[in-house]
Design a protein around this ligand. Structure first.
Ligand code: HEC
Length: 171
């Protein structure tokens, strides 16, 4: 009886770990800059998912610029660039959009993004704000071009990230 119970326990533990391994095998991960485990291929984030990350970065870019945290602003511009690279790679075309994201991104976003980078280098709030507004306009122009014109973005009106410090670290 005692031996049987032990055997039963062994079977349960073995089954449980087999199930856990199987569950991990289906974890949604990717090899893109969205991060993830390269061993588990196959998950492709939707364009809407990538755009939600772009929305976050676009918000943080503004908050960083307002706080004069130019290092963080630079980081967010890089992240936005990587996000758009993901769009070109993973969603070269989109639904019945008359304009392909793979063409629209280099044509509409690359220059405003580069201008933001230069504006950040000047560390001048007014220059930065102008470049940021031009980027935001480019976002909206692409939404128009891809039949998502109802989806408009703007300068953030408040800070939704209470647990992140936007001010530069004092040394
Ligand atoms: C290729 C052109 C293109 C560019 C450039 C672009 N977008 Fe989008 N965006 C789209 C499309 C297409 C969708 C709709 C995706 C879908 O079908 O879910 C979208 C959706 C969105 C959404 C809605 C996400 C949601 O699920 O609520 C947000 C927010 C957004 N974009 C923000 C931005 C921001 C911010 C920028 C600029 C930094 C930007 N987009 C640049 C094409 C673009």
């Amino acid at each position: 009886m005692r031996v049987l119970t032990r055997y039963g326990l062994f079977v349960i533990i073995t089954l449980a770990s087999a199930l856990a391994v199987a569950a991990c095998g289906h974890a949604p991960t990717s090899t893109t800059s969205l991060g993830g485990n390269p061993a588990a291929d196959g998950f492709v984030p939707g364009l809407g998912e990538i755009m939600s990350l772009q929305q976050m970065r676009h918000t943080k870019l503004w908050l960083a610029g307002q706080a004069g945290n130019w290092k963080l602003a630079e980081y967010e511009v890089e992240e936005l660039g990587e996000g758009f690279d993901d769009v070109v790679k993973l969603h070269p075309t989109h639904k019945d959009s008359p304009v392909d994201p793979k063409d629209a991104i280099p044509r509409m976003i690359s220059v405003p993004l580069e201008d933001c980078r230069h504006a950040i280098e000047t560390q001048n709030a007014a220059v930065f704000a102008a470049a940021y507004d031009a980027l935001t306009t480019a976002c909206n122009n692409c939404h128009e071009a891809t039949n998502f014109g109802f989806n408009r973005v703007q300068r953030p009106t408040s800070n939704p990230y209470p647990n992140q410090v936007f001010e530069p670290a004092r040394r």
